[in-house]
Design a protein around this ligand. Structure first.
Ligand code: HEC
Ligand code: HEC
Length: 216
């Protein structure tokens, strides 16, 4: 990730600006999850959140790309991701259940309202499809996918409220994420994903990534 340190410098200098712009605060006693739910059920609130979230997202675009299709294969796309899933990941970075020093710092600098609006914004962006990968590998990956992964991530890889969309996700990011779950290195743990990656070889992971990253 050679290019990341440079981006971090540029991003942190503007971060202080974001916080001073903290938008309307949610009413006291309302959790961020409840706030997200009420926004998603109301078109007017949703439109306002998308607009506010777009401003916050300008600080994320250096890495996650304009509109949430990332510019580097090691950084995840956020476009089209499920908002409740994104919000859970934001919390996991914050409290260290998911480890990435940069993301932890970034998230701590955001207000609750900024977090909610930025996930609403990304969930409404379209994923830019990738060019397809090695077709023999992708074919084997597809077989593994339907055997192991489909029951949770869905036939099209689009997940649901709690489960990540993985269709079209960046290849290097997918590879390292699957290995983190499998190897139990502590960067990222999840009992369901650990159980379902435990028996995968590196070659299985390569095939799965070829398939999943080319799903639309
Ligand atoms: C300097 C680059 C950089 C910037 C800027 C950045 N991120 Fe990230 N982000 C990353 C990397 C790298 C990861 C993957 C971490 C890992 O290995 O799991 C990530 C992961 C995430 C994830 C988890 C995605 C998933 O599929 O699970 C979310 C959510 C996220 N970032 C939100 C944001 C938001 C919101 C902002 C702006 C406020 C932001 N990021 C700014 C580099 C960045
Ligand atoms: C029993 C349900 C279940 C099965 C089966 C399953 N997953 Fe998952 N997956 C999840 C859940 C839940 C998460 C979110 C975990 C977290 O918060 O880290 C997840 C997260 C992921 C992520 C991280 C997404 C991101 O944006 O960072 C990837 C990649 C992934 N799964 C791929 C797979 C693949 C490939 C398979 C098949 C080998 C698979 N999953 C099987 C439930 C499942």
């Amino acid at each position: 990730m050679k290019s990341i340190p440079l981006l971090v410098g540029a991003t942190l200098t503007v971060l202080t600006l974001v916080s001073t712009h903290a938008a309307e605060k949610p009413a006291a006693g309302v959790s961020v999850e409840q706030r997200l739910q009420s926004i998603m059920q109301d078109t007017g609130q949703k439109d306002a959140a998308i607009k506010a979230g777009k401003k916050v997202a300008s600080f994320c675009a250096n890495c996650h790309g304009n509109g949430g299709t990332s510019i580097l294969p090691e950084i995840p796309n956020l476009a089209g991701q499920n908002p409740a899933y994104l919000l859970v990941q934001v919390d996991k970075f914050k409290d260290g259940r998911r480890r990435n020093d940069f993301m932890q710092g970034m998230i701590k600098a955001l207000s609750d309202e900024e977090k909610v609006s930025v996930v609403v914004y990304y969930s409404h962006q379209e994923v830019k499809p990738h060019s397809s990968s090695d077709s023999a590998q992708a074919k084997r990956g597809g077989e593994l996918y339907f055997k192991i992964c489909q029951r949770c991530h869905g036939e099209q890889g689009r997940g649901n409220e709690k489960i990540a969309r993985i269709a079209g996700q960046q290849s290097v990011y997918l590879t390292s994420t699957l290995k983190h779950y499998r190897d139990g290195t502590g960067e990222r743990t999840d009992p369901l994903m650990s159980a379902n990656t435990k028996k995968l070889t590196d070659a299985d992971i390569g095939a799965l990534v070829a398939y999943v990253s080319s799903m639309k």
